[in-house]
Design a protein. Sequence first.
Length: 81
Amino acid sequence: MGRRVRREHRRPGRRAAPGDGAVRAAGLHRGGEETFDRLAQGGEIPCILVSPSMRPFVRSIIERVRPATTVLSQSEIQTRA
């Protein structure tokens, strides 16, 4: 999926992230929703950690399903806390 997003992003006039149809066809929404529901039932607050270059694309996909979900890039986490 990452390669596909990058390829789409580089093409002029294209969306930065795949549309809902591509996300649903890949089955990404199901696995993500099930995981988030399971974590929430256990009292956890899930977040997604991705590479800095992928963060905007992943965020644009996740916000359609779970707008309150935090999407962090690895560069946003301090190495020594």
